[in-house]
Ligand binder design. Sequence first.
Ligand SMILES: *[C@@H]1O[C@H](CO)[C@@H](O)[C@H](O)[C@H]1NC(C)=O
Ligand SMILES: *[C@@H]1O[C@H](CO)[C@@H](O)[C@H](O)[C@H]1NC(C)=O
Ligand SMILES: *[C@@H]1O[C@H](CO)[C@@H](O)[C@H](O)[C@H]1NC(C)=O
Ligand SMILES: *[C@@H]1O[C@H](CO)[C@@H](O)[C@H](O)[C@H]1NC(C)=O
Ligand SMILES: *[C@@H]1O[C@H](CO)[C@@H](O)[C@H](O)[C@H]1NC(C)=O
Length: 297
Amino acid sequence: MLKHILTLGIVLSTVVHFSLVRAGLASEGSPCSLANNHLDPATHKFLTDCDDRSFCFVDANTNSTGGSTVNLTQNDNASGICAKKRCRSDEFPFGFAPGEQLPPQCGTGFFCPDSGSGCTPINKPGMSCELNRDAQCSQPPGSHDLASPLNSNGSICLRSQCMYANITLGLQCILESTLYAGYGTNGMPYSITILRDNCRSPRLYCDQSSNLCERTKEIGQPCQNDKECLSTSCGVANICVHIPGQVVIIKPWEYWLTSLAIMGVMTSICTFLTLSHKRHRLARSYELLEYHHEQIR
Ligand SMILES: *[C@@H]1O[C@H](CO)[C@@H](O)[C@H](O)[C@H]1NC(C)=O
Ligand SMILES: *[C@@H]1O[C@H](CO)[C@@H](O)[C@H](O)[C@H]1NC(C)=O
Ligand SMILES: *[C@@H]1O[C@H](CO)[C@@H](O)[C@H](O)[C@H]1NC(C)=O
Ligand SMILES: *[C@@H]1O[C@H](CO)[C@@H](O)[C@H](O)[C@H]1NC(C)=O
Ligand SMILES: *[C@@H]1O[C@H](CO)[C@@H](O)[C@H](O)[C@H]1NC(C)=O
């Protein structure tokens, strides 16, 4: 998990880095083209002609594309103008000055698309969604047992389609592999492949060769990818390992055993000291007794 958070952190920092460099330059009121809405091939960040504060708005009355109800799959060449974002999905979005009024966040049952074009109702399974935006998909009934850190309350967005992460052991699953590329802090290029699937996580994962849901592996079992391990860490020797630096969880029996051992050692030290003191005193009293006898004689 920690490793995933770290990699996500690296990915995000790269996205930040790229967004500073690569975001559209057109500011509010400038013309833009919907055709230029795309994901950056390396970082997969959503990019448009417009800057971080605005989105490419096409008037729904004059052109069929619609600006507020963005169709995530279409890519018409309709021209529009950059308009101020109507919603935000991040607590602190880029591009806004400190103290400036931010676009609102969406309420429950709605999501803010990456473009920021306005709150949109959450999608049912089979409907479209944006890369990694699991929260754009409606949660399954009884999402409790499907929810995991690898999905959003049991829903997942794979290959631009909403679905439930509900596939059980031995059944066919959908595996999405995304390559993220960027530059590390030392300027060296690097890449990470993130695998996502619709198996019931974290107990199951989608096997790359069979495309069937299989049981995640315990510590010490052979692995090819982090996702195959319950610990989410496949070590250098291709064996599932604990994540380095992970908090060690002590089981109740280990506490009991340790406490008992400490008590045992303390009791035996006390007993030993008491006995040796007694023996010492006995020896001394015999000595005194002998002395007295000697004096009396
Ligand atoms: C999105 O656009 C595509 C092609 O333009 C169309 O086939 C699809 O039905 C549209 N989806 C929605 C939800 O409007
Ligand atoms: C969009 O424009 C590009 C060139 O700018 C053209 O090749 C493409 O056919 C156009 N697509 C549509 C749907 O008009
Ligand atoms: C609608 O879009 C077309 C290009 O697809 C553009 O030529 C036309 O000017 C647009 N209409 C309006 C009213 O903006
Ligand atoms: C998951 O569901 C709980 C309760 O139904 C809700 O409070 C929470 O916000 C949901 N999380 C996401 C990421 O949608
Ligand atoms: C999983 O969810 C889909 C809806 O996305 C549903 O059609 C299917 O029956 C579910 N499968 C299982 C095994 O619950």
